[in-house]
Design a protein around this ligand. Structure first.
Ligand SMILES: Nc1ncnc2c1ncn2[C@@H]1O[C@H](COP(=O)(O)OP(=O)(O)OP(=O)(O)O)[C@@H](O)[C@H]1O
Length: 255
């Protein structure tokens, strides 16, 4: 039930492992930090990382009259999470989702979760342009979706794949809010003033070429990978990653 959700933002990438779940989690937490009521939906059926990233593994979701009740991370119910990971019995469970089952599952995730009124819903997706993505696009046609944020890394293989994602968004009519280049340099956690960050990688050049907004870079920062439920902008306020997350949220909030 997305009727009372004011803003919906999809997080997409061409290549896997480029940091979609990390970006989804940190954007959601940054928005919550700004006082918004936020939901985070993980539709990565084969590799749901959100429960781990938020340290919510093993949480149960239950069904009420109206549908699934998401997992709330605080008593104020300002941060709600739904992931296929909550429906798997153990860490070792694996589900083989085939075409129609996959489509039905994603559709159910989009229609049957009782989000209530939310300011923002961030949707973390699997990599590529597959059944899940088409199902999402179809189901979001009737609700207000702000658009997609694309994540890439600087490597050529990732840039080539995100280029396809841009074409997919244009063909399916999804507005592109912008592109983030993740793992675009290295921050040594042992240096206090690290200068080992390079700028203007392939992501920024591609954004210029494709005429889409470039939202910023996130360096490889081992601390970001270890936040596990904590908010980058709070825990590492002076880090380049915190500046990028704050900058993206500044842009989202005014648009
Ligand atoms: N900026 C970063 N600095 C350091 N580690 C990072 C950064 N971004 C992501 N990681 C790490 O890289 C790994 C992959 O990230 P993540 O799971 O967010 O990618 P993904 O695109 O969602 O993957 P998948 O395609 O499998 O869903 C994780 O271990 C995460 O902690």
């Amino acid at each position: 039930m997305l009727d009372d959700v004011k803003h919906i933002i999809l997080i997409l990438s061409g290549k896997g492992g480029v940091g979609k779940s990390t970006v989804s989690t940190q954007l959601a937490l940054t928005l919550k930090e700004r006082g918004f009521k936020v939901g985070l939906l993980d539709i990565d059926l084969c590799g749901p990382s959100i429960p781990y990233l938020l340290q919510l593994e093993g949480k149960d979701v239950h069904q009420a009259d109206g549908g699934w009740v998401p997992v709330y991370t605080d008593d104020k119910q300002n941060f709600a999470v739904m992931s296929i990971g909550f429906l798997l019995n153990s860490r070792n469970s694996a589900v083989v989702w085939r075409g129609p089952k996959k489509t039905a599952m994603v559709k159910q995730f989009l229609t049957d979760v009782c989000w209530g009124d939310l300011d923002y819903l961030i949707i973390d997706t699997p990599p590529g342009t597959s059944d899940e993505h088409i199902t999402v696009m179809e189901n979001l046609k009737t609700v207000k979706c702000d658009g997609a944020i694309l994540v890439t890394t600087p490597q050529q293989v990732s840039i080539e794949d995100v280029r396809k994602e841009i074409t997919f968004c244009k063909k399916t009519g999804i507005h592109i809010l912008g592109l983030i280049e993740n793992m675009s340099g290295f921050v040594c956690p042992h240096c206090t003033e690290c200068t080992n960050i390079f700028s203007k990688g392939g992501g920024e050049s591609l954004a210029e070429l494709a005429k889409i907004p470039f939202l910023g870079t996130l360096p490889i920062d081992p601390r970001v990978g270890q936040l596990l439920g904590k908010t980058c902008v709070k825990e590492l306020p002076d880090s380049p990653s915190a500046k990028t997350f704050n900058g993206i949220v500044d842009r989202l909030v005014v648009t």
